[in-house]
Design a protein around this ligand. Structure first.
Ligand code: 5AD
Ligand code: SF4
Length: 451
């Protein structure tokens, strides 16, 4: 009988990808993924360490799972409880101390070793801690059958970060930058397409620093990889995230101009709009460079829309610095953004900086910044009304007879459409727009196509 595996994923898309691959590693051992932790034989928390709140969530979830584990134990059943992801990597020992009922703690670079870990953990006493940065790449050891849920898929092409922004834990939790060989990436992309993917998002903590080994012994950059992926028949859309502005090269800008399958939407985190703060963050570019980069990208691809990440209340951020961030947002315009109060992280240089900003000031700035960003999102959504967009319908809507999909700009679009159009790219005319989604009507030709 299949054993039930529940994976709860926190944080970024890389964690979503890792969770899928973890499920694939465990499948030959007889584990079948389920949506509910109740009654599961194994529960894995795939965690995020980026801000304090994210990390603390893990411990409260572990508290809940402890009760469940003990209830099962009283019935003579065993639940294996595991913690992976960036909290596991950063606080491995501490996780086992704070939550001694946890059976396995493993980092994001060692989950290919799960079969051995499970064997050890299921022995009577075995608690497993594996937070190495192994010599071998997990990608060489993972099973090479890929499954796709729906029509979109993530594909990790690069991992780790050497940039050391002063606020960020990622260089410590994900390790040094590593690029997968180009042939390995393209092979996985083809498998994903065979398994049903029409849209693939290349993932990397610094995806545009990709420099993967090529078959001829040379190296490919991200633009080259995108061009090769665009040749894959059946792959209709390509995206990539997350980019580091200081390393966007001309090849990539050019690719935005002439690779039709590359979607006109780019996540380009700027974090702040003040040179002083950017310098203290160690971002390696100033505000004018960011503006110039956006201009170049838009010159290459006029319909390119941007999203970004912002941190407010970085140590030493003055009101004038914050105003500069607001001005940058007003000038550049973003159709989507993630914004956060600065959260001091143990072991990062910024946590020790003077002039930490008061929580109340952070909260005020965040509210003001989010109001502006939300207004920009809504304005962009409203501009779409009356336009026709290609929408990849990839899930059922809330109401019967509805499907929901993604526009080229990642907006959610709700359409009355027959089920046969699920996982198809169709032309939709946008009829109304809200802050979080668009409503649209199927164009006549699509309706005919499914009749
Ligand atoms: N505090 C607040 N936000 C942070 N981020 C990274 N580290 C921190 C931190 N210490 C944000 C950045 C990054 C995003 C993934 O999370 O904006 O781009
Ligand atoms: Fe963190 Fe900066 Fe690396 Fe992004 S580039 S993962 S923000 S250190």
């Amino acid at each position: 009988m299949a054993k039930k595996l529940h994976i709860k994923t926190y944080g970024c898309q890389m964690n979503v990808y890792d969770s899928e691959r973890i499920a694939e590693v465990l499948s030959p051992l007889g584990f079948e993924a389920v949506d509910d932790a109740d009654g599961a034989d194994m529960v894995i928390l795939n965690t995020c360490h980026i801000r304090e709140k994210a990390a603390e969530k893990v411990y409260s979830e572990l508290g809940r799972l402890r009760v469940q584990k003990e209830t099962l134990a009283s019935q003579g059943k065993r639940m294996v409880l595991a913690v992976t992801g960036c909290v596991a990597q950063a606080e491995g020992e501490e996780v086992l101390k704070r939550a001694p009922f946890v059976d396995m703690v493993f980092g994001p670079q060692t989950y290919h070793r799960l079969p051995q870990m499970v064997a050890e953990a299921t022995r009577a006493t075995g608690q497993v801690l594996d937070t190495d940065f192994p010599e071998e790449s997990k990608f060489d050891a993972l099973p090479d059958n890929r499954t796709v849920d729906g029509a979109t898929a993530f594909l990790a092409i690069q991992e780790g970060c050497d940039k050391f922004c002063t606020y960020c834990v990622v260089p410590y939790t994900r390790g040094a930058e590593y690029s997968r060989p180009a042939a390995q990436v393209l092979d996985e992309a083809r498998k994903l397409v065979v398994a049903g993917a029409q849209e693939i998002t290349f993932l990397g903590q610094n995806v545009n620093s990709y420099h993967g080994e090529a078959a001829d012994g040379g190296e490919w950059n991200l633009a080259r990889l995108i061009r090769a992926a665009a040749e894959i028949e059946g792959l209709e859309r390509i995206r990539f995230t997350t980019s580091y502005p200081a390393e966007v090269d001309d090849d990539l800008i050019q690719a935005h101009g002439d690779v039709d399958k590359l979607m006109p939407y780019l996540h380009l985190p700027v974090q702040a709009g003040s040179d002083r703060v950017l310098k203290a963050m160690n971002r390696n570019h100033g505000v004018d460079e960011y503006r110039a980069l956006v201009d170049k990208l838009r010159a290459a691809r006029p319909d390119l829309a941007l999203s970004s990440d912002f941190i407010v209340g970085f140590p030493g951020e003055t009101d004038a610095d914050f105003r500069a961030t607001m001005k940058l947002i007003e000038d550049v315009t973003f159709i989507q953004a993630y914004s956060f109060k600065y959260s001091p992280r143990p072991g990062t240089p910024a946590a020790l900086m003077d002039l930490q900003v008061d929580e109340a000031v952070k909260a005020e700035r965040l509210a003001e910044l989010q109001a502006l960003l939300n207004a920009q999102t809504l304005a962009f959504n409203k501009q779409c009304v009356g336009k026709t967009m290609a929408v990849l319908l990839d899930r059922a809507g809330k109401k019967p007879g509805q499907l929901v999909g993604r526009s080229p700009y990642m907006q959610a679009v709700v359409v009355d459409a027959p089920e046969q159009l699920l996982n198809r790219i169709v032309d939709v005319t946008i009829t109304s727009a809200g802050p979080n989604s668009l409503m649209g009507a199927l164009n006549v030709d699509n309706r005919k196509a499914c009749a």
